[in-house]
Design a protein around this ligand. Structure first.
Ligand code: ZN
Length: 426
């Protein structure tokens, strides 16, 4: 089945293209418009007037919860939520049960995704066996099994020596290393940002230094091993500063930001609502300002959700004991468009899409993130001006743990196309 998308504003940051034009899809791949006259039958037409035609969006930080935690999310439901959020490719984290630390679990995830997922699902493998931080996972075999990165996300390798060896192995097999940056000694039992509100409410503090210490460690190891380390869900002002300084010296280190760390600050925990409990925690207005500056000057080049579904019965407990994390796939694009493009004017639309397409594709070294002829036809149609209200009860995700229920947002994906096939439509 062939399709032509008519009259949309095509924004393809990889090719520095921004123009109103038609986009042709032949046999699931992008094709030059010149091929139109050679087609045996008329292609299907999609009218994209007043819409943005973007390369399919990529989210490189998602928890799909399978195998092992199917009551929170499944590969099928998580993929549906991704499609509804405008994402055509998602990267899933290895903190499943069993942990994705062996080629057989990676094979299971890939098989399952092929069977049931409506978007591309790319697995990561663990850095350490069982995410225990004691012994390296078989990184070479994981690479052969098809992981796109290694990470212990949810946990953090504390031993600098073990992390060094992980980075060296990853370099040998050509995989980027992702890291959830958390120093266990400094963070202890911390559940919220250490500061005014943690003191007032008597909740254990999670200091910014707990993140910054590991971002600094990673900068040193990336330099020592001359290999890429990507710091996940950056939340603290000091982390941005460390990344900026290291990048200026040519160190191969990058960072990502999640919408909740821009949209919310730690004063939100006053009512002890566990939908405001995430790891790393919500921080201060100064941290938000630093994150925005980091995005504006390019220090932060990737946006993601850290979609972390949990069932209601798990979240509806005391703040201290509730699990960390919120769902995010369906609100992510709207929040970032609203915060970064409409409200703060931090970046232009093309730059926002770059952070969702070509930048993650380059880091992951995958054949996606552009509308170039010959590439798989993954496309997201976006109405950047559409005002809408997020209704969590109608979410595609199995879980409802979001602080954004009822939020009014501006900008939304209206159609998601994977390999030429529409997988979601508003
Ligand atoms: Zn994490």
């Amino acid at each position: 089945m062939n399709t032509i998308i008519r009259n949309g504003r095509i924004i393809d940051p990889a090719n520095q293209r921004d123009e109103v034009a038609d986009l042709l899809i032949v046999d699931g791949r992008f094709a030059p418009l010149s091929q139109l006259s050679t087609l045996k039958s008329q292609p299907d037409e999609i009218n994209a007037s007043n819409l943005i035609v973007s390369p399919g969006l990529i989210d490189l930080h998602v928890h799909l919860r399978e195998p092992g935690f199917g009551w929170k999310e499944t590969i099928e439901s998580g993929a549906r939520a991704a499609a509804a959020g405008g994402f055509t490719t998602i990267v899933c984290m290895p903190n499943t049960s069993p942990v994705a630390d062996s080629p057989s679990t990676i094979a299971w995830i890939k098989d399952r995704a092929t069977e049931v997922a409506c978007v591309n699902v790319l697995p990561t493998g663990a850095i350490s066996k069982g995410l225990m931080g004691e012994e390296l996972a078989p990184i070479g075999s994981l690479a052969q099994a098809g992981v796109v990165a290694i990470t212990d996300d949810g946990r953090c390798v504390q031993s600098n020596e073990l992390m060094r060896r992980a980075v060296e192995y990853a370099r040998m097999v050509g995989l980027p290393v992702f890291d959830h940056c958390q120093d266990y000694d400094l963070v202890g039992k911390g559940v919220v940002h250490e500061g005014y509100w943690s003191t007032l409410l008597g909740l254990p503090g999670w200091p910014s230094a707990g993140e910054e210490a590991i971002v600094m460690r990673n900068a040193l190891l990336a330099e020592l091993c001359d290999h890429h380390i990507h710091c996940q869900h950056i939340s603290a002002a000091g982390s941005v500063r460390i990344l900026r300084e290291a990048q200026a010296r040519g160190v191969r280190i990058s960072g990502e930001v999640c919408p909740h760390h821009l949209a919310l600050t730690d004063d939100r925990i006053q009512n002890f609502d566990t939908n405001f409990k995430m790891n790393p925690p919500l921080r201060t207005r100064e941290d938000v300002t630093a994150l925005l500056e980091g995005i504006a000057d390019g220090t932060i080049g990737i946006l993601c959700s850290d979609h972390a579904p949990h069932a209601g019965f798990e979240k509806e407990v005391e703040f201290d004991t509730a699990p960390f994390g919120i769902t995010g796939l369906e609100t992510e694009l709207g929040l970032f468009l609203d915060l970064l493009v409409h409200q703060n004017k931090t970046v232009a639309l093309a730059r926002l899409l770059e952070m969702f397409t070509v930048n993650p594709a380059r880091l992951l070294q995958i054949d996606a993130g552009t509308l170039s002829p010959g590439r798989p036809a993954d496309v997201t149609l976006i109405d950047s001006e559409l005002e809408w209200t997020f209704d969590a009860s109608r979410s595609q995700s199995i879980s409802r743990n979001t602080p954004f229920d009822g939020w009014k947002l501006k900008g939304r994906a209206v159609r998601t196309i994977v390999a030429g096939r529409t997988v979601w439509k508003l």
